[in-house]
Design a protein around this ligand. Structure first.
Ligand SMILES: Cc1cc2nc3c(=O)[nH]c(=O)nc-3n(C[C@H](O)[C@H](O)[C@H](O)COP(=O)(O)O)c2cc1C
Length: 184
């Protein structure tokens, strides 16, 4: 059976200074069935080629949206990408814009905050699954299956007590294995 086609859409405003997302992207790029795209590099002026983005979505089965958490949400270009690319009649509403129906959506997110902060009563009060709801509902409306998010917490510099290199390497290998094992 042919391997599912994976599209990795990376949104990182300063990728050259990244610890976590660089390592994750490096692992993911080893997959021969994965198309890698660095959207901030592609569109530094935020002028998104909507036709190209829609075509790429149509050509793949699993869409991975990888980004650092920014103000409990996503980087600005990812929001702009959603607004521009997920057009009425293309991505929604059900029965009218059904072109993404049946595909899969994986959120791959790094956070500076600790896992323990993301809970009721914790420093950030809410769980990651609660905070990712707008993306989950976007996937729902567009007919994509929302997969359990892949999240790495405490992605800070080592000097700020961030995740160790060993642990980060281990998590990146898990990310590779997760993508490699995806069968649709
Ligand atoms: C403007 C800005 C907003 C951020 N907002 C959050 C946040 O809401 N929650 C959080 O846990 N970390 C937040 N962070 C920390 C980033 O998520 C963290 O630096 C990033 O995931 C590290 O990944 P990288 O090594 O690939 O850059 C923020 C960082 C910046 C610069």
């Amino acid at each position: 059976m042919a391997k599912p086609r994976i599209l990795l859409n990376l949104f990182h405003p300063n990728f050259e200074h990244s610890r976590g997302n660089q390592m994750l992207a490096g692992e993911a790029k080893k997959l021969s069935n994965l198309t890698y795209r660095n959207l901030y590099q592609e569109y530094p002026d935020f002028k998104i080629d909507v036709t190209k983005e829609q075509k790429l979505l149509l050509e793949h089965d699993l869409i991975v949206f990888q980004h650092p958490f920014r103000w409990y949400s996503c980087p600005a270009l990812f929001k702009e990408w959603q607004d521009q690319v997920l057009q009425y009649g293309f991505a929604y509403p059900p029965g009218v814009g059904d072109q993404l129906k049946g595909k899969f959506w994986l959120a791959a997110v790094t956070t500076g905050g600790h896992q323990d902060a993301y809970r009721s009563g914790g420093r950030n009060n809410y769980t990651m699954s609660e905070l990712l709801r707008p993306l989950q509902q976007t996937a729902n409306l567009c007919g994509l299956t929302w997969l359990p998010p892949f999240v790495i917490h405490n992605v800070l510099p080592i000097s700020m007590n961030g995740i160790s290199d060993e642990e980060l390497t281990k998590r990146a290998a898990e990310y590779f294995a997760l993508l490699d094992s995806f069968t649709g």
